[in-house]
Design a protein around this ligand. Sequence first.
Ligand code: 5AD
Length: 351
Amino acid sequence: MSNWKYLTDRLAAEHHLTDEEMKAVLLCDAPGFDEYISEKARKVREAYYGKDVYLRGLIEISNICRNNCYYCGIRSGNTNCERYRLSKEQILSCCDIGYELGFRTFVMQGGEDPFYTDELIVSIIGDIKKKYPDCAVTLSMGEFEKESYQKFFDAGADRYLLRHETADKAHYEMLHPAGMSFEHRMKCLRDLKEIGYQVGTGMMVGSPYQTAEHLVKDLRFLKEFRPHMVGMGPFIPHHDTQYADRPAGTVEMTVRLLAIIRLLLPDVLLPATTALGTIDPVGREKGLLAGANVIMPNLSPADVRAKYLLYDNKKVTGDEAAEAVREMEKRIASVGYEAVVARGDHADFRE
Ligand code: 5AD
């Protein structure tokens, strides 16, 4: 049997490989390998989640950010970015529309915008949970101190997404300015877990200076940290950043990593991201066929969508959310899966 088959079978059976073996899998160029690992990942995904795909209503609450991550289009130093933020009323009205459409998870995502004080965030979470007690609230608003994360959790927030971006400190420092700290990001992730959130983390694929060794480290970190969700998409250059001329991550590597992560963490919640759908018109479908089981359609008001641009060429439709959801449901069905109306909690958090 060829080595890559043996390694894939072992990864599928034991959910673990050594660093050397993982590197071999990442770099494998044997014909047939990607089909093989995707099929294994699909089987594992179907054993845990059947054909279900969970939808998350993504509300991009603000593109104002105090950080200046070198790769990101809404970094603080980008003076060409037209800024906006949503009021509490606007956020709630996104939830109203989303609930009608069948969403049972709302994701509030935004830059680190000081306008949203702890008190304001607590009150938004409280209002959503009061109106929609059957829904999960996910926050994706960056780094806070533990006390703040605890307040949000006590107000009813269920989940938190904070990508680690890269598990290598030196690499982290190539992607972020001096004011941002790798240690603090890791501390945030530990705090979130300790508090009791369902925690999502992840990295970009093909980010500037990324090597196979970095990805091996990312995978080892994911295995050790055991997040409930992994958000991972290709790096895509943004024209107003210093990495404007860097190549984007590839569909092939992103899809391969999705399959690897499914095998490494069999019951993880794994989105096929918008970024993957940006570099390939059927990228998300390819992700679903490699073990992804979550899609996050955009519920942001149509007039702000074009402003939340982390990278170039992001698909922004003026469509009503309803149309976008129907379109997404069709795409999910086209690869044999089914969008379901459910909170879609991680197995460890089901009642
Ligand atoms: N390409 C792809 N993903 C990006 N992100 C930020 N900028 C880019 C980019 N240029 C991702 C980061 C961040 C998430 C919200 O978006 O991983 O955590």
